[in-house]
Structure formats: C-alpha cells, structure tokens
Write a protein that binds this ligand. Structure first.
Ligand SMILES: C[S@@+](CC[C@H](N)C(=O)[O-])C[C@H]1O[C@@H](n2cnc3c(N)ncnc32)[C@H](O)[C@@H]1O
Length: 384
C-alpha cells in the first residue's frame, strides 16, 4: 500500500486530520493537528487523498487514549483520541466554517457553545442492528455489524443489559433506552410501548419506538436556552412545535404559552405526547400526526393567532425547498427557532430562509449533544 507523510494542520468535520502534499489536501483518519504522520493511502483523486494513520512521528499534546476497546473498529465514535476541550473547540470551528462556506455567512461566529457534563456514558439510548445472528453496531466500513459487549458512550445501565438484550429479539433493530432512574425499556415485543421519564422536574411519556434526545444534560440545556431566547411568558403567542416528536420541547417550555401546537408524522410519538398532555393536565396543547412537509401550512393557517413562534427540529436531512419557502413567508410568524444535528443542511436551509428581506439570523448556539463522536447539534434563531 502507498505510504505518504504529511503535517496535519486542521481537523475536518467528521474527525479526519487535514494535511497538504504538493497542494493536494490529505484527509487522514486518526491524525490530529500539530502531528507529523505517515499514512496509508486508501483513496486518491485529482484534488484529494484519503488515508489511514500508520505512524505518528510527532505526537500532539492533545492526543488522549480512547476509553473504548472497540474504538478503532466501531463506526460510532470518531473523536475519542482527542482531549475533550479540544474536541469542542474544533467542533465550534467546523460549525462556523460550514456556516461561512455552505451558508455564505461570512465571518460567522457562534454566540454560545455548551459542552456536555459527561464525555462518556451519556447516551440514554442505543440501537443495535442485526446481521445474520449477530446484533451490534455498524463498523467503520458502515456496512458490517460488529458485536459489542459494552459501549463507552452509553449510560451504564444500558451496558449492563447489552449481552442478553441483543439475543432476546428477532427484529432487524433493537433500541434500548434507559430512564433517569436506570430502568431499561426495549423496542422489542417484550418491551413496554410507553414509559415515564423526568427532565427538569417534569414527567413526560417516552417510547422506545420513537425518537428521543440522546444526552439528558444537553437536551435539558437546549430547552433552557430556547426558553431564555424566547423570553418572558408569551401568553398571547401560539407556539408551533414542528417535528415535535413526543413533545419534549413543548412540555419543557410549558406553561409559557396559552396555546401550543405540536406536529409529527410518527404515530407513536404523538400518542406519547397526547398521553402526557392528558395525564399531566396541560391545557391549550394539541398534537397532530401529519407530514409537516406537505400539511403544516394548512394546520398553521387553522391554528395561528395574531402572534406565532415556530420551533423546527427536523430529521438529519433538513427541510424541503417547499417547506423553507412556506416558512419564509408564513403570515403572522414572528420568530423561528431551528434545531439541527446536521450543520451543513442547517446552513443550506437558513441560507434559503434569509435570502429575502424578511428573516435574519438572530442568535446561535452549539450544543455538544454527542461527545466523542463527529456529530454537532445546534440551535439558531431567526428574527425579522
Ligand atoms: C430530530 S427529531 C425531533 C423530535 C423532537 N423535537 C424531540 O426533541 O424529541 C425529528 C422528528 O421529525 C419527525 N419527522 C420526520 N419526518 C417528518 C415529516 N415529514 N413530517 C413530520 N414529522 C417528521 C420524526 O418522527 C422525529 O420525531
């Protein structure tokens, strides 16, 4: 295999070290800025080289030992070999550069960066995938499945259940969630459909079958910051929680609004949200099962008040051009809050939303929801 040597000067989004040889960019998995490394070339084009770390001639002082024994094979984590403060600093830089490059927001700077209290054992749920008779995580090749006895970023109770849980199911995927008390909830047929859990002192219904936030501390922080940005109670404003899931943000922001409208296309998630609203006696909250991309405009028109706020928390792929178009011109909409786990798509969507004269970026915050991995979560507000 061809070997090359380079000095690493940056960390790309995704976690590869970046070097340059004769003007050609090199992406070296496992290498850190400040290191001189030898790497095996795995792909080469006219403009870039991709490689796997083979030897480190000069070691960065930021290098740390990964905690997980599967780190170099598993596809889950990419940043266990760098100190946590540096991980967050590079993610901030990556986010700002993506906003400048993809969103054309020249010189973009985040207002707030919120680090995770726990750097390991923070994930409140994991999903195992099945291949043949094996259950496990996707390996680094993103195709094969590797069995694991424990996951260093999962909350401890989940690890306790891993060896037997994986054998107890016959579906393609198995999700295991832990609640704050360490009780476990499974997506297989033996599991309960709904379970209660508490965030910021509020009990809500969750399901192992629906999306939920991964990191207790950071998701609670996101709701806190969102509440701060929205400001004092806005009793005269309708709050639209679009892509609401089980209503996590609706309930944490209650009772700030007299009227909250949640919408999601997942039947199980909306059923959990409706149960919470009913059992906890929240008034003025309605949750709808619908395809937000196609049906939100109609719902908005029928539920809107004189003043309206929209929280948008779409899946990784972001928003369709049609949805962005509707949102940008929705009558009576005063503020938009956009949460995303994909900074490039978020930058693309916000660029489109701010193309006209109506919307401008207000505030921005990055939340390290997924320490030790390449993933970045952010909240950006748009104001008129
Ligand atoms: C990133 S999650 C956010 C969930 C929620 N805000 C929370 O904090 O738990 C994205 C949500 O979008 C929903 N979703 C995906 N595509 C959708 C669509 N076309 N219309 C409505 N909801 C959709 C998913 O079911 C999921 O609950």
């Amino acid at each position: 295999m061809k070997k090359l040597t380079t000095e690493i000067y940056d960390l790309a989004f995704g976690g590869d070290g970046v070097g340059k040889i004769d003007g050609k960019i090199c992406f070296v998995r496992g290498a850190l800025p400040g290191e001189e490394v030898v790497f095996d070339v795995v792909k080469e084009t006219a403009s870039f080289v991709k490689g796997e770390l083979s030897d480190i001639k000069t070691v960065s002082p930021d290098r740390t030992d990964p905690l997980c024994k599967y780190y170099y094979q598993c596809g889950g984590c990419q940043l266990q070999h760098i100190g946590y403060a540096k991980e967050v600093a590079y993610k901030k830089k990556q986010f700002e550069e993506l906003f400048a490059r993809v969103g054309s927001f020249k010189g973009f700077k985040l207002d707030e960066v919120i680090s995770s209290k726990d750097h390991y054992n923070y994930r409140s749920h994991i999903t195992l995938h099945k291949a043949g008779d094996k259950y496990g995580f996707y390996a680094r090749d993103e195709r094969s499945i590797m069995e694991i006895a424990s996951c260093s970023i999962a909350e401890e109770p989940i690890n306790g259940a891993l060896p037997c849980a994986a054998r107890a199911d016959d579906k393609d995927r198995l999700t295991i969630k832990a609640d704050h008390a360490g009780r476990l909830w499974f997506s297989n047929k033996m599991g309960e459909r709904f379970f209660p859990d508490t965030y910021a002192g509020k009990e809500m219904m969750f399901s192992p079958l629906a999306f939920s936030q991964a990191n207790r501390h950071i998701s609670t922080e996101m709701a806190r910051v969102l509440g701060e940005w929205i400001g004092e109670e806005k009793k005269d404003t309708v709050f639209f929680d679009i892509f609401s899931g089980m209503g996590f943000f609706s309930f944490l922001l209650a009772p700030g609004f007299n009227k909250t409208i949640g919408a999601d296309n997942d039947r199980v998630a909306i059923s959990a949200a409706k149960t919470t609203a009913k059992e906890k006696g929240y008034s003025g909250m309605k949750f709808y099962i619908l395809d937000a991309e196609n049906e939100m405009e109609r719902l908005y028109d029928s539920e809107k008040g004189p003043k309206n706020i929209a929280l948008i928390d779409p899946p990784r792929k972001g928003l369709s051009a049609e949805f962005v178009e509707w949102l940008s011109f929705a009558e009576g909409l005063n503020e938009i809050y956009y949460i995303s786990c994909d900074p490039a798509r978020m930058a693309r969507d916000i660029k489109a939303m701010t193309q006209g004269t109506t919307w401008r970026i207000g505030r921005s915050a990055m939340f390290d929801m997924f320490p030790r991995t390449k993933h970045i979560e952010a909240l950006v507000s748009l104001r008129k």
